[in-house]
Design a protein around this ligand. Structure first.
Ligand SMILES: Nc1ncnc2c1ncn2[C@@H]1O[C@H](COP(=O)(O)OP(=O)(O)OP(=O)(O)O)[C@@H](O)[C@H]1O
Ligand SMILES: [Mg+2]
Length: 462
């Protein structure tokens, strides 16, 4: 019964007592360990998973109450039950105040021992279950730093788990900033290759002339600058993963060499006469449509099929808006800590703007927006004002119109609501509001006076 939560540790300086308790509990299917003093008990606790400690109160050396204090300090999740002689019940009650789960009075009746112990074990099991569920929830919303609770992201997490341990090559596609590199790392660190290297190469960033020797290495004298032998990135990734980012930028000549390396599982350093075997998993990424590149003959079809054994397509942020609050919260926390600022949240209006934005730069853009906002924020909350003008601007106000159409508002009502909404956005700054509305300030004042007049006339709020 104690198998899934850990053993029961009995601490008593009288060996017979320990043995007796052990016998009773073992008979009920529990795993029991014995320690003859506090010091030995602490050693046991450090070595083995212990769910519950039953300790005598009066012992030579460390007293039961001290042991209790030490356990509660270093491993608060471990339950402690005190065993005490009749005369020291008050000490036992004191121990309860200090976090003991229960106490037993000597001479201990078998039924009391079993009842009290098993209740504590059940509670320990429950605590463990709660912890497990908590971890699970956490895991569902994030996977190796990749955050997301939307269906498309959960599908991505699932796919990562399933492909990680297979030897197949993976192609990750998705717009810029959707997290392709994060996913590549998650695959590597979930695979059997995790102890070998993850080597990222940005095919667009390395000059064409250098790319071959970067990837495959060279031997001394292969070309003018080759003063020594040099290992290539393929060799660096031996036993691990080579992440070829922006694979569409790989020149056709190198596409042929890459194809050969994948097919033959061997590479040849530039200028070398002999090939050497390599064991490398290839993960490639692109933000282009590689199938189209293939049709246009800019990318080799045979290589495309070799790389695209499994495709993981990352959704654009606008396709999974329900993840925005989660990402905002995480980035906010991270940026606030990094900047030592006490920014804790975001005004509803600001979050609404973020929910509405199109996010062409995806998660990277969102991260930058939050970083900027945290830097600008004056108080504990990020306000609409702290967001870039492009996000604060008119574009987001489609929602106001949708709402208005739903409620079938007359035109002057729409105008009123719209003006008030923009004013809210500018934090009451009429100058800025007039600018955003494309009217001069006098017109705005007049319209506001009209709104106010109307509301007063109708006994409205104002
Ligand atoms: N789901 C996510 N959860 C948390 N952070 C994310 C997520 N997706 C992306 N990011 C963050 O956004 C930034 C961009 O991610 P990454 O570099 O992986 O994107 P990419 O798809 O490789 O972009 P590019 O095509 O421009 O290279 C990184 O800082 C990354 O940590
Ligand atoms: Mg990238």
């Amino acid at each position: 019964m104690t198998d899934d939560v850990g053993a029961i540790l009995v601490v008593d300086d009288e060996p017979e007592m320990g043995e007796l308790v052990r016998e009773i509990l073992q008979e009920r299917g529990h795993r029991v360990r014995i320690a003859s003093d506090g010091r030995e008990a602490l050693k046991r606790l450090a070595e083995e998973e212990i769910a519950l400690v039953l300790t005598d109160l009066r012992m030579k050396g460390m007293q039961g109450i001290e042991l209790l204090g030490e356990i509660k300090r270093s491993r608060p999740d471990t339950s402690v039950i005190l065993m005490t002689a009749f005369g020291s019940v008050e000490t036992a009650i004191e121990a309860m105040k200090q976090g003991a789960t229960d106490y037993l009075i000597k001479p201990i009746k078998t039924e009391d021992l079993v009842r009290v112990t098993e209740r504590a074990v059940r509670e320990a099991a429950l605590r463990r279950e709660v912890q497990r569920l908590r971890r699970e929830v956490h895991r569902e919303y994030s996977f190796h730093q990749i955050l997301g609770k939307s269906k498309p992201m959960r599908d991505v997490f699932d796919l990562i788990r399933r492909v990680a341990d297979s030897p197949t090559n993976v192609l990750i596609t998705g717009e810029s900033g959707t997290g392709k590199e994060l996913v590549a790392k998650a695959i590597h660190y979930n695979s059997e290759r995790r102890d070998a290297a993850f080597v990222p190469v940005n095919c667009a960033a390395i000059p064409e002339a250098l790319l071959e020797s970067e990837l495959f290495g060279h031997v001394k004298g292969a070309f003018t600058d080759a003063k020594t032998d040099k290992r290539g990135l393929f060799e660096e990734a031996q036993g691990g993963t080579l992440f070829l980012d922006e694979i569409s930028e790989l020149p056709l000549l190198l596409q042929a060499k890459l194809l050969r390396a994948i097919q033959e599982r061997e590479i040849r350093r530039v200028g070398a006469t002999r090939a050497m075997p390599v064991d490398v998993r290839i993960i490639a990424a692109t933000n282009l449509n590689l199938a189209e590149e293939t049709k246009a003959k800019r990318f080799r079809e045979d290589l495309f099929y070799r790389l695209n054994v499994i495709e993981i397509r990352l959704p654009a942020l606008r396709e999974r808006r329900e993840d925005i609050p989660l990402l905002v919260e995480a980035f906010l926390k991270k940026c606030a800590e990094a900047n030592h600022k006490e920014v804790r949240g975001m005004a509803e209006t600001a979050l609404a703007l973020l929910m509405d934005h199109a996010w062409p730069g995806n998660v990277r853009e969102l991260e930058n927006v939050i970083e900027r906002a945290v830097t600008l924020a004056r108080g504990e909350k990020i306000l609409s004002d702290d967001l870039p003008p492009a996000i604060q601007g008119m574009r987001g106000d489609r929602r106001v119109l949708d709402e208005a159409a739903d409620r079938i508002l007359p035109l002057d009502e729409v105008e009123k609501e719209y003006i008030l909404r923009i004013l809210e956005k500018t934090g009451g700054n009429k100058y800025q509001a007039a600018q955003m509305l494309g009217i001069d300030r006098k017109t705005l004042y007049r319209k506001l006076a009209e709104i106010q007049g109307k509301e007063e006339g109708s006994g409205g709020l104002a």
